[in-house]
Design a protein around this ligand. Structure first.
Ligand code: HEC
Length: 106
């Protein structure tokens, strides 16, 4: 391996690591600013709005079993009193949000 090639590889690894970190923080940030008022910071739905609208805790067995595609569809299209986010958030943002919600289910 030439030194130049090694440097290029290191550059790619650094870029990938940085973009992953950014994606994670955008899921967490969007969750806190757009979802936590109903779903609560811990995903329990234990907020005044969440209780009034009957937001289901993300740790409920049904939502743990639900596929990412199901949760993405519910976020895009809304469900019950849950508002629809299609057009307000991009597909990658919604994917990041669901990935963040998965971390609240553990
Ligand atoms: C105004 C309150 C409110 C806000 C804001 C809100 N939700 Fe919800 N959400 C709900 C309610 C209520 C339910 C339960 C819907 C039902 O089952 O009838 C729900 C359910 C869900 C579900 C489960 C859907 C299913 O398949 O049962 C997901 C996933 C979800 N919300 C994601 C999000 C995300 C992501 C955001 C932020 C972008 C968000 N919610 C913002 C009220 C809210």
């Amino acid at each position: 391996m030439t030194n130049q090639f090694k440097l290029a590889l290191i550059g790619i690894v650094v870029a990938l690591t940085a973009s992953t970190a950014l994606a994670q923080s955008s899921g967490a940030d969007n969750y806190k600013s757009k979802c936590a008022m109903c779903h609560a910071a811990d995903g329990s739905g234990n907020t005044p709005a969440g209780k009034a609208m009957k937001a289901v805790p993300f740790s409920s067995p049904d939502l743990v079993k639900a596929s990412d595609a199901d949760l993405i569809a519910a976020t895009k299209n809304g469900k019950g009193k849950m508002p629809a986010y299609s057009g307000k958030l991009t597909d990658p943002q919604i994917k990041d949000l669901i990935a963040y919600i998965r971390t609240l289910q553990k």
